[in-house]
Design a binder for this molecule. Structure first.
Ligand SMILES: NC(=O)c1ccc[n+]([C@@H]2O[C@H](COP(=O)([O-])OP(=O)(O)OC[C@H]3O[C@@H](n4cnc5c(N)ncnc54)[C@H](O)[C@@H]3O)[C@@H](O)[C@H]2O)c1
Ligand SMILES: [Zn+2]
Length: 350
């Protein structure tokens, strides 16, 4: 069990089988899930509890769906003592979390994350929110859960591409803050059947715990280390209109590009070169990007080509187009760009 301290208390994170999650949920629990999770696991968890099943995917993190959850809570008789149970990936966790943060000025939230990304990242740390047409995560809150229950078995039904999506965040922790984890990942590839999977997830959660405990509200720049790969990654997601690249795929490419930029600025060690080669295996393994190990500009060119629908493979014709997009994409981003001072230790961000 991992215990996370926050401003107004603490919560525990436990690995639990779905049957045990079901046993612990009772009266006053309102389950929010999506169609994919409900199809595979709904019967096991929500048969007797009030359950709202929403369409899957990022568009569900919307004002309209927030209204739908809040009105469903009201119509189902939820009170200030009720608990919202977010049973799904990061989309459900963020949306149901914001509903819990705002319904009757805040009720309890239990996170039951069912994707690798949600288990290692989004269910921990208390950030909840939705998107606007103007941008991602523009409306949100900090609302710590009462508990996080991680059902490892849920990963057995996760599509491979979604597993790789979460694996990118695992690699991010390794590159950003844990060189021991990096060595372990290099010798034991992260796959769903890996005997080390639980250990790796627990390690990532503990790393996130350490970081968010020092900078709960993302005010001190400490949480910014978790943005490694995200400055470029977010730009690529935006360029792809959030369609052709999943978040993890975009940040895997982002990490490679930022590592290369760090090397060229002589802020990162040449060791990042090897690390970069490893990161690039993620999207390459998925068959999305065939990126070369070149200078930062050529990596950026490939990354942009991957993000632009219809040009997933860079050719001599689309290279100039991708090249021109880079400053335009990156300039509006106000986030810090994290450059690694050494592999496994981002001590400064720029
Ligand atoms: N709050 C935070 O700190 C934080 C951090 C990182 C990411 N996020 C947010 O998380 C979201 C992405 O999360 P995600 O990658 O989990 O996406 P997601 O919730 O959309 O899940 C990905 C897909 O997998 C399906 N799925 C989920 N669990 C499944 C299971 N066990 N078996 C089969 N299918 C399953 C979903 O229906 C969906 O189609 C983004 O909106 C991002 O902004 C939030
Ligand atoms: Zn991320």
């Amino acid at each position: 069990m991992i215990v996370v301290q926050h401003r107004t208390g603490q919560y525990s994170i436990e690995f639990l089988e779905i049957a045990e999650v079901r046993r612990r949920l009772g009266q006053g629990c309102f389950v929010v899930s999506d169609e994919n999770v409900a199809r595979h696991w709904g019967g096991a968890i929500g048969d007797l509890l009030p359950t709202l099943v929403l369409p899957p995917g990022e568009p569900t993190k919307s004002v309209a769906m927030l209204e739908r959850v809040a009105r469903w809570l009201a119509q189902s008789g939820a009170t200030r003592r009720s608990k919202v149970v977010a049973f799904g990936g990061g989309v459900i966790g963020d949306l149901a979390g914001l509903a819990a943060a705002t319904y009757m000025r805040g009720i309890e939230l239990i996170q039951v994350p069912t994707t690798l990304l949600a288990q290692v990242d989004s269910s921990v740390g208390g950030k909840v929110g939705i998107d606007l047409p103007e941008g991602k995560n523009l409306v949100g809150a900090f609302h710590a859960p009462t508990a996080v229950w991680i059902p490892l078995e849920a990963l057995s039904t996760l599509p491979k591409r979604e597993f790789i999506n979460g694996a990118a965040e695992v690699w991010k922790y390794a590159f950003a803050v844990d060189s021991a984890l990096l060595s372990s990942l290099e010798s034991h590839p992260l796959v769903p059947e890996s005997p080390k999977l639980k250990e790796v997830i627990a390690r990532c959660i503990d790393l996130k715990r350490q970081i968010v405990e020092q900078d709960e509200r993302d005010e001190r720049g400490i949480r910014a280390v978790l943005n490694f790969g995200h400055t470029i990654g977010h730009a690529l997601e935006r360029a792809s209109n959030y369609e052709s690249l999943l978040h993890g795929e975009a940040i895997a490419i982002g990490m490679a590009v930022e590592a290369r930029i760090g090397e060229e600025l002589e802020l990162s060690p040449t060791g990042m070169h090897t690390a970069e080669a490893t990161v690039l295996m993620l999207p390459r393994g998925h068959g999305l990007v065939h990126a070369p190990i070149g200078d930062s500009q050529s990596v950026i060119n490939y990354a942009c080509a991957a993000a632009v629908p219809g040009s997933q493979r860079t050719t001599s014709e689309n290279r100039p187009r991708a090249h021109k997009q880079v400053p335009k994409l990156v300039a509006p981003l106000s986030e810090h760009c994290c450059i690694a001072g050494s592999v496994g230790d981002i001590s400064e961000s720029y």
